[in-house]
Design a binder for this molecule. Structure first.
Ligand code: TRP
Length: 332
């Protein structure tokens, strides 16, 4: 049986990139697969987080998932720190994984920047914890953005080394699932940089709590180029803003970029933007209002996480016992 596992960081300011790149794909996947969705609060603290913000952001991500249509009864939604197996297995993987492997991780290099010596040890070991997240459930398929592919390759290396170190065929080989047209949503102000929660310009992103007026305003002000929209995908080359807006349209309407080009090719940006606004408002505003409603009931969100964590733990605990036995750690 396929086990789908994915993780999302508890960040505030969830935006269209998070929705189209992750959450919307998860909503599709749950239709015919069993999925475990984890809010990775232990990953979040690899960089210091204000405790109140961390609590709030964890709830925000859960609200976004549920408002978008993930069924918390059929699937599992929980926060990582609630299931102790994640941290336990991450430690074991710290001992399986090699410093040389982690040294090659581009995300660490980017995040640590020039001040590498001052980065937390947790940030360096981050991919080992990610491998633990997935393998604790013997996950086989992992929907992620393209930027996480390297971490999944590391997960495979860890699984294989563990299996061969202990002479056992225990962990499965994990496959990435790279889904959707707009897995990489770019800034509305600059088609060359990724849409980001930390961009100082609010106009660079549509967030999941923006109301229809804000959505319209931001799309109307989105950067364009002087030419009409192209008729085919090839002609999008060198036109990052056109590419981005059309890819967003494709993702929001579950169609292919090609079809969007065929339909809107030749139109000026202004006309296309009106269509995009209608679509974005139709898709996003019901989610936005449900999210706002859920956020007003934090006790309900906490209950969902508590139930999810118990169910996750019921799967993780026996596996962790087996792992301890394999490694030679005495336990119950
Ligand atoms: N590193 C992932 C990201 O930043 C989040 C993540 C943590 C994750 N654990 C995971 C994703 C396990 C997939 C599976 O996007």
């Amino acid at each position: 049986m396929d086990i789908i596992f994915s993780g999302i960081q508890p960040t505030g300011n969830l935006h269209l990139g998070n929705y189209l790149g992750a959450i919307r794909n998860w909503v599709q996947l749950q239709k015919d697969k069993f999925c475990i969705f984890c809010v990775v609060d232990l990953h979040a603290i690899t960089v210091w987080q204000a405790p109140d913000k961390l609590r709030q952001h964890t709830r925000e991500v859960v609200a976004a998932m549920i408002a978008s249509g993930i069924d918390s009864e059929k699937q599992i939604i929980f926060n990582q720190s609630r299931v102790s197996g994640h941290a336990e297995l991450a430690w074991i993987f710290n001992c399986v994984s090699r410093i040389g492997w982690l040294n090659r991780m581009t995300q660490f290099k980017e995040k640590a920047g020039r001040n590498r010596e001052n980065a937390s040890v947790g940030l360096f070991a981050y991919p080992n914890l990610m491998a633990a997240d997935i393998l604790l459930y013997k996950g086989t398929q992992v929907p992620v953005g393209a930027d996480q592919k390297q971490h999944l390759e590391l997960t495979r290396d860890i699984a294989q080394k563990f299996n061969s170190d202990f002479g056992i065929d225990f962990f499965p080989i994990v496959e990435p699932l790279i889904l959707g047209e707009a897995t990489r949503v770019m800034s509305l102000r600059d088609g060359m940089s990724k849409m980001s929660k930390s961009d100082p310009s609010e106009l660079s992103r549509v967030t999941m709590v923006d109301d229809s007026d804000l959505i319209s305003k931001k799309i109307r002000k989105a950067k364009t180029d002087p030419n009409p929209l192209p008729h085919d995908v090839r002609s999008l080359e060198g036109r990052p803003e056109a590419q981005n807006l059309m890819a967003i349209f494709a993702a929001l309407s579950d169609t292919k970029l090609e079809i969007v080009c065929e339909r809107f090719g030749g139109l000026p940006f202004s006309k296309f933007k009106e269509e995009l606004i209608d679509l974005a408002v139709a898709v996003l505003s019901p989610i936005q209002s449900e999210m706002v409603r859920l956020l007003n009931d934090p006790a309900e969100l906490d209950r969902i996480l508590s139930v999810g964590s118990e169910r996750a733990n019921a799967l993780a605990y026996p596996t962790m016992q087996e792992i301890k036995k394999i490694v030679g750690l005495l336990s119950e």
